[in-house]
Design a protein around this ligand. Structure first.
Ligand SMILES: NC(=O)c1ccc[n+]([C@@H]2O[C@H](COP(=O)([O-])OP(=O)(O)OC[C@H]3O[C@@H](n4cnc5c(N)ncnc54)[C@H](OP(=O)(O)O)[C@@H]3O)[C@@H](O)[C@H]2O)c1
Length: 322
């Protein structure tokens, strides 16, 4: 009798666990944290790069409703104005400063922007930086990426964010605290066939920021690296894509970024299946994960060229039609 009860409990646990794994939109640690801790952001200064659209815009709006003061950056000033005018929350649009920034403009130009950032809000300094700006080119094989494109991607996605961090970090160390939130990608954890350079840029960010944290953690510097899979944004809306890719909404993605940050997680993964399973495989069973990616890699690039579903299970099981 006891063994039947015990087996039933184990079975129930396994079913719950499997259901969560199959239907969840983040890694287990992240989903176990529950809600955003509002007090983490209330009256804090949060600098978001790439806030003129997409996930950055949604992050700005959610942070404003949590009572944060915002510095929003990107190249497109009219779009930043639009975002600012749509901000509600405790401080409203008055609690938002626009700081135009081109991450590929070099260290001297970025230094000027950093100096401005720390002088805003009465010289309050910056409590959080969300390194969200990036760009990704259409998928192609690694051979088809011209050198100019390689350099441009690494400048915006890696060199710019690192320069900004190097220039801001001394100010944070003086205050004895600061938190960098890094929008990496599932492509920064697992191979991303068709996106080799983008993937390289995200792996580089992961390496840099996890190392930086280990150097300065004892001095009050936090780093949260967030690795989203496919997210629904204006660039990739769920409704207009013919490819049936299942994407987490940008609202839910932003919410989970803020959950991870406010709970002090060092890394968080946001995605539906099958991308989440691939991330777990590559992290915990790399031989199996890499075998799987080698099996689907070439097909994924072909599928991308035909605008098909690049996250489909059909890539693995070999059906030609999407
Ligand atoms: N969407 C996804 O499925 C997905 C998945 C995984 C990871 N991510 C990551 O999440 C972040 C946001 O993605 P998203 O889809 O919301 O991106 P997005 O819609 O393409 O927006 C990118 C942002 O970066 C800014 N930006 C681009 N080049 C810049 C430059 N040279 N200097 C400064 N800012 C620049 C853009 O503004 P301007 O053009 O005005 O400069 C824009 O605000 C990125 O880091 C991305 O890699 C996204």
């Amino acid at each position: 009798m006891l063994s039947i009860v015990f087996s039933s409990v184990i079975l129930a646990l396994l079913l719950t666990f499997s259901h969560k794994f199959l239907t969840g939109d983040g890694d287990f640690t992240l989903l176990s944290k529950g809600k955003v801790k509002r007090e983490s952001f209330q009256d804090k200064v949060v600098w978001i790069t790439g806030a003129s659209r997409g996930i950055g815009e949604v992050l700005a709006k959610q942070l404003a409703t949590l009572g944060a003061k915002l510095i929003i950056s990107a190249r497109n000033e009219p779009e930043l104005e639009r975002v600012k005018n749509q901000i509600s929350g405790k401080h409203g649009p008055e609690g938002v400063e626009i700081l135009p920034l081109d991450l590929s403009s070099g260290e001297d130009a970025i230094r000027e922007v950093v100096e401005k950032a720390i002088s805003l809000f009465g010289g309050a300094g910056v409590d959080y930086v969300i390194h969200n700006a990036a760009f990704e080119r259409p998928k192609s094989t690694a051979l088809d990426v011209p050198e100019a494109s390689l350099k441009a991607t690494l400048d915006v996605n890696v060199v710019g964010p690192i320069s900004l961090t190097r220039l801001l970090l001394p100010h944070m160390l003086k205050k004895g605290k600061g938190h960098f939130v890094v929008m990496s990608s599932a492509a920064g954890k697992a191979p991303a066939p068709g996106q080799a350079v983008y993937s390289a840029s995200k792996f580089a960010l992961n390496g840099y920021f996890h190392s930086l944290r280990s150097e300065f953690y004892q001095k009050g510097i936090m780093v949260t690296v967030v690795c989203p899979g496919p997210i629904e944004t204006s660039n990739a809306p769920a409704t207009s894509t013919s490819s049936k890719e299942k994407r987490v909404s940008s609202e839910r993605c932003a919410e989970l970024v803020l959950v991870a940050t406010s709970h002090g997680l060092k890394e968080a993964w946001i995605s539906y299946q099958p991308v989440l399973a691939v991330m777990y495989l590559v992290q915990y069973m790399p031989s199996v994960g890499f075998w799987l990616m080698d099996k689907i890699g070439a097909k994924r690039v072909e599928t991308a060229a035909k605008k098909g579903n690049t996250y489909s299970m059909n890539l693995l099981f070999g059906r030609k039609k999407e």
